[in-house]
Design a protein around this ligand. Structure first.
Ligand SMILES: Nc1nc2c(ncn2[C@@H]2O[C@H](COP(=O)(O)OP(=O)(O)OP(=O)(O)O)[C@@H](O)[C@H]2O)c(=O)[nH]1
Length: 548
């Protein structure tokens, strides 16, 4: 099998890239520590630092920085286990500053000069994948309304002294038009320091004339919301941006090549580019690895004696589940005719070896992105972005099968908007759609990543919550009902509110997923009968009936 060139050269390049990225990240953390002032919560700084140290502890040794890895591991351990009294935070921060300076010196880089004194309070970074950064003293109310939607929201009043820790690669920035110039510059500067793309920028209260809009577009604005801000419309745009972010989530690549060294090299290169890579040197476990790892794409060497990649591709396609998995051959085959006849047997693309690291990264990330877009289109509901009807049922069946094997407590919930026909009749179908979307967004915010959530029908949703008992599900959905009922929608003439009813059933109590769903449905209709806007559990209403 042909190599792409001396492996050492490639690894040296990887090491250089590692050093460069690590230097930037350590410098950024150091600046954030130096900007800290007494009275400001330090937890977010500590969390971000632990993440970075954890990465260094795991990877520095591989890139010839064993001492850096050891020191990072020690420091990570200390930060995780030592409890810091808030009164001692200043001491801890100054100790950490010294330790980060030492780590930077291990990389052989000069220390950055101490930052200019920053006095702005640095609030802790919120949890969650997307964090809203609302900038401007006059946007406090908007920030509070967005919090009510369940978005992790951080509000900063002073724009002139924004700390670096405000900026987050998964953040979304919202500000007034008069601040856009400086906010946009700050956003671009922070992004370039972090080696990322600038965070999306949304503008509240812009004038509607052409030249102002053009200027805002020039500044990189992604959405414009006249005052007073229509919060559901803004929430909808935020969710769209979130979905775009998620599509850039870590790509998952399964790599099958019998050349162990080369496979390892590809793994290193793709992992360093932020992808999650699993390597198989022999095809025996191929089917179980596919089922367990769920890759976005499969990269496969076409010659793996005694096996042929084309036959393996055909074998993978036996399973309907993998019919749409993109299979990419990696081969030194240059002859286009032979490439095409191999492609005709069940694969989608050909990557010709040798291939440079940068071309490999670009090709694989484009293919993963496209594969995700396609599978998303197949599985998602167009209005809300949630799982569609058939994929909701599939997710429920999969979880039911897991529950049968592992026995963990799992709840299923059916939700239905109350008197929704009236919403459409009084305010129009488009407003009705907005209400559906708002509930979808609220649910997405409140459920965990491990839960599944689908739009089961028009104004009906289904959620599956693994590792959750009846009481926890009841508490969660009661809170959701309460918060949803508090939201105000803008109607034809006046504001209005909508409520939602929820039926619960425990998946463990039923022999099939369909029975559990039907029980949740019965509970939902009992809830409607009892007066809507709340939660009813099938186990409670069936207490006097024999169990299904
Ligand atoms: N705007 C909008 N409306 C929809 C959509 N899908 C279904 N609907 C409407 O949802 C309404 C459902 O009405 P019903 O099933 O009578 O129930 P309801 O008025 O919500 O009353 P209860 O469920 O008893 O509280 C119908 O008017 C449908 O037209 C959709 O995608 N968008």
């Amino acid at each position: 099998m042909t190599d792409t060139g001396p492996l050492e050269q490639h690894l040296a390049r990887l090491s250089a890239r590692f050093t460069e990225r690590t230097t930037e990240q350590l410098t950024e953390q150091l600046e954030a520590l130096r900007a800290w002032r007494p009275g400001i919560p330090h937890q977010s700084l500590q969390d971000a630092l632990i993440q970075l140290l954890h990465r260094l502890a795991g990877s520095a040794g591989t890139f010839g920085q064993a001492e850096l890895g050891r020191q990072a591991a020690g420091l990570e351990q200390r930060l995780k286990t030592e409890h810091t009294d808030p009164a001692q935070a200043g001491l801890m921060i100054s100790e950490l500053t010294v330790e980060l300076e030492q780590l930077l010196q291990l990389l052989g880089k000069p220390l950055p000069p101490a930052a200019v004194t920053a006095t702005s309070p640095s609030l802790p970074l919120a949890d969650g994948t997307s964090e809203l950064l609302v900038l401007g003293a006059d946007l406090a109310e908007l920030a509070a309304a967005l919090k009510q939607y369940g978005f992790a929201t951080r509000h900063e009043q002073q724009l002139d002294t924004l700390p670096a820790s405000c900026w987050h690669e998964h953040g979304i920035i919202i500000t007034r038009s008069q601040h856009l110039q400086e906010v946009s510059e700050w956003n671009r500067y922070r992004a370039s320091r972090a080696g990322k793309t600038p965070a999306p920028l949304l503008c509240a209260g812009a004038e509607q004339d052409f030249s102002t809009r053009y200027r805002l577009a020039e500044l990189g604005v992604d959405g414009l919301f006249p005052l007073p801000v229509d919060v559901p419309a803004l929430a909808e745009r935020i969710e769209q941006l979130n979905r775009e972010h998620q599509q850039h989530d870590q790509a998952r690549v399964l790599l099958m090549d019998d050349d162990e060294e080369l496979a390892e090299h590809y793994r290193l290169v793709l992992t360093e580019a932020g992808m999650e890579v699993r390597v198989l040197n022999r095809p025996y476990n191929m089917m179980s690895t596919l089922a367990e790892f769920h890759p976005d794409i499969l990269l496969m060497d076409i010659h793996m004696p005694p096996y042929s990649g084309t036959t393996l591709a055909r074998m993978i396609r036996f399973e309907p589940q993998w019919l749409s998995l993109p299979i990419i051959y990696l081969s030194s085959e240059q002859d286009r005719e032979r490439q095409l006849s191999a492609l005709a047997q069940g694969a989608d693309e050909f990557i010709t070896k040798p291939i440079s690291d940068s071309l490999l990264i670009r090709t694989v990330s484009i293919l993963c992105h496209r594969a995700r877009q396609l599978s998303r289109l197949l599985a998602r509901d167009g209005l809300t972005g949630l799982l569609n009807h058939s994929h909701s049922k599939q997710a429920l069946s999969q979880e039911h099968a897991r529950v049968q094997r592992m026995g963990h407590h799992t709840m299923v919930a059916m939700l239905d908007l109350d008197h929704f026909k009236k919403v459409n009749d009084n305010h129009g179908h488009a407003t009705g759609d907005r209400v559906i979307n708002t509930l979808a967004h609220l649910l997405q915010r409140r459920l965990r990543k491990t839960d599944s959530l689908g739009r089961y029908g028009g104004e009906e949703f289904v959620a599956v919550l693994p590792e959750c008992d009846a009481q926890q599900a009841r508490t969660l959905f009661e809170q959701i009902c309460h918060d949803f009922a508090a939201l105000k929608f803008r109607g034809q003439e006046q504001e209005f509110g909508v409520t939602v009813s929820v039926g619960l059933a425990c998946l463990n109590d039923f022999t099939t997923a369909e029975e559990a769903l039907s029980a949740a449905d019965q509970a939902l209709y009992e809830r409607k009968r009892l007066g809507r806007n709340g939660v009813t559990d099938y186990a409670v209403i069936s207490a006097h009936k024999p169990r299904v």
